[in-house]
Design a protein around this ligand. Structure first.
Ligand code: NAD
Length: 398
C-alpha cells in the first residue's frame, strides 16, 4: 500500500482523532449558540416602571434602539432629559448597547422591551401599556443592507414597509400622534443629476430603497387621513462614526459581517477579524471608479433628529441628511487605513455589488435653511477616529 493510503487508513481507525474532531466541532457549535444567546438573554429593562422625563421633555419610543443609529439616538435623547422606551427584537443590533444605555441613564428615564415589530399584537400591547403615554415614536428599526434586499426582497417589504404599517396602526390605537421616520438616500437610486435635492425624483433600484419609499408613502397617506397626526421624514445618506466620548460604537454582529458596510468592514479587517477588505465595483462612472457616497457622522445625524422634532407637521416635511460632499469608497478606505495605522489588505473587485448606484451626495440647503442644521463632523478622518477608538476599546464588540 502506498504510504499516503496507509496514513489515511490509520487516520480512519484512530478513535482519538474522531474524538478531537468532535470536540472541536462541539466547541464551535457551543460558541455560536453562546454568542446568539448573549443577544437573546437580555431581559426587558424597567418593563413596568412609569418613566419620568425631565419637566418639559418627552417620553419617546425608539424602535431599533439596540442598533447602531437607534442606540446613539437613545443616548442623546436621555441625556437631554427625555425618557426613552426602546422596542427591539435583537435580531440585529447589540444587547450590549442596551446594557450600556441602562448603566449610563437614570432608572426612570430608560426602558427596553423586547418586541418584534412584525407581531402587531405585541407592538400594540407595548405602546398601550407603557407609562406615561408616549408623546412620539422615532422609528429606526429595519433591515438595511442593499445586497441582502436583492437576494431576499420579501424580508425587506415585510420588515420595512409592513412593519411601518404596524407601528402606525398601534400608534393610532395608543393615541400617539407624532412620528420621526428613518428613510434613506437609497430611495433616489441612480439620480440623473447631482447633488440630490428633496425634489429629485425617487427611483429606487433595489428592494431596500423601494421598501423605504413605500413606507414613506404609507406615512403620507396615513397623515392625510389624520389631521392631528404630525411627522417628519429624514432621508439619511451613509452613516458612520460613533460617540466621540467612546460610550457607544458601531458593531455589526459577526453573522452580518458578509454584508457589512464599508466602515465596519474596514475596522474588522484592521482588527484581523477578517483577512481582507473587499471593495466591490471599480468601473463605476466616478472620479476613481468606486462608488461615491455622502458620509454623515452618526452624532450629526442624531442632532438633525433633535432639530426635526421641533418641526413635525402634516403633511410630513422631508429632509436629506448629509454633508453635501461626495467621497469615493477608495478615499474612505484610504482614510480608514490612515486612521487605524494597520496594514489592511484591500481587494478591489471589478464586478459591482448588485443593486448599487454609482454616486449620490446630498444638497443640504433645505435642512440648513429651514431647520438651521448643518453637519459638524465633516472631516472623515476625525469621524473614523471616533469609530476606531471605540473598536480598539471593544475589539470583540459589546
Ligand atoms: N446605517 C446607515 O448608513 C443608514 C443609512 C440610511 C438609513 N438608515 C436607516 O437607519 C435605521 C437604523 O439603521 P442602523 O444602521 O442603526 O441598523 P442596525 O441594524 O444597526 O439597527 C436596526 C435595529 O432594528 C432592530 N430590528 C430589526 N428588525 C426588527 C423588528 N422586526 N422588530 C424589532 N426590532 C427590529 C434590530 O435588532 C437592530 O437593533 C434603519 O431604518 C436604516 O434603514 C441607515
Amino acid at each position: 500500500m502506498p504510504p499516503t493510503m496507509a496514513g489515511a487508513e490509520r487516520w480512519k481507525r484512530d478513535p482519538i482523532r474522531y474524538l478531537m474532531f468532535a470536540l472541536i466541532a462541539s466547541f464551535f457549535v457551543w460558541y455560536y449558540n453562546f454568542s446568539q444567546s448573549a443577544q437573546r438573554l437580555l431581559p426587558d429593562i424597567n418593563p413596568r416602571s412609569v418613566l419620568q422625563p425631565e419637566p418639559g421633555r418627552l417620553h419617546i419610543v425608539v424602535t431599533g434602539g439596540a442598533g447602531f443609529i437607534g442606540s446613539h439616538a437613545a443616548m442623546v435623547l436621555t441625556q437631554a432629559g427625555h425618557a426613552v422606551t426602546v422596542l427591539d427584537n435583537l435580531s440585529r443590533g447589540n444587547a450590549g448597547a442596551l446594557r450600556t444605555l441602562r448603566d449610563m441613564t437614570p432608572a426612570r428615564r430608560f426602558r427596553f422591551l423586547r418586541v418584534d415589530l412584525g407581531e402587531r399584537g405585541a407592538v400594540c400591547a407595548a405602546l398601550q401599556r407603557v407609562r406615561p403615554r408616549p408623546d412620539l415614536v422615532m422609528h429606526f428599526a429595519a433591515v438595511a443592507y442593499v445586497g441582502e434586499s436583492m437576494r431576499d426582497p420579501l424580508q425587506y417589504y415585510k420588515n420595512v414597509t409592513v412593519n411601518t404599517v404596524n407601528v402606525l396602526d398601534c400608534m393610532a390605537a395608543a393615541g400617539i400622534k407624532q412620528l420621526v421616520y428613518s428613510s434613506t438616500c437609497a430611495v433616489y437610486g441612480n439620480p440623473e443629476s447631482l447633488p440630490v435635492t428633496e425634489a429629485t425624483p425617487p427611483k429606487p433600484i433595489n428592494p431596500y430603497g423601494q421598501s423605504k419609499l413605500m413606507a414613506e408613502e404609507v406615512i403620507r397617506w396615513y397623515a392625510r387621513s389624520q389631521p392631528d397626526f404630525k411627522s417628519i421624514i429624514l432621508r439619511y445618506f451613509n452613516v458612520y462614526g460613533s460617540d466621540p466620548a467612546g460610550r457607544l460604537g458601531e458593531y455589526p454582529r459577526p453573522e452580518l459581517r458578509a454584508q457589512a458596510r464599508i466602515s465596519g468592514a474596514c475596522m474588522d479587517a484592521a482588527l484581523g477579524l477578517v483577512p481582507s477588505l473587499t471593495v466591490k465595483g471599480t468601473k463605476h462612472p466616478t472620479k476613481d471608479g468606486t462608488c461615491v457616497r455622502d458620509y454623515i457622522h452618526v452624532m450629526d445625524l442624531i442632532s438633525a433628529h433633535v432639530a426635526g422634532m421641533g418641526r413635525l407637521a402634516n403633511p410630513p416635511p422631508l429632509y436629506n441628511i448629509g454633508t453635501g460632499r461626495g467621497v469615493s469608497v477608495k478615499e474612505f478606505v484610504d482614510a480608514c487605513k490612515k486612521v487605524t495605522g494597520r496594514n489592511i489588505q484591500v481587494i478591489y473587485q471589478e464586478e459591482a455589488r448588485p443593486g448599487d448606484y454609482a454616486e449620490v451626495w446630498s444638497d443640504v440647503a433645505k435642512i440648513n435653511n429651514e431647520l438651521g442644521w448643518r453637519a459638524n463632523y465633516t472631516d472623515i478622518e476625525e469621524g473614523l477616529r471616533h469609530a476606531w477608538n471605540w473598536r480598539l476599546e471593544h475589539p470583540d464588540g459589546y
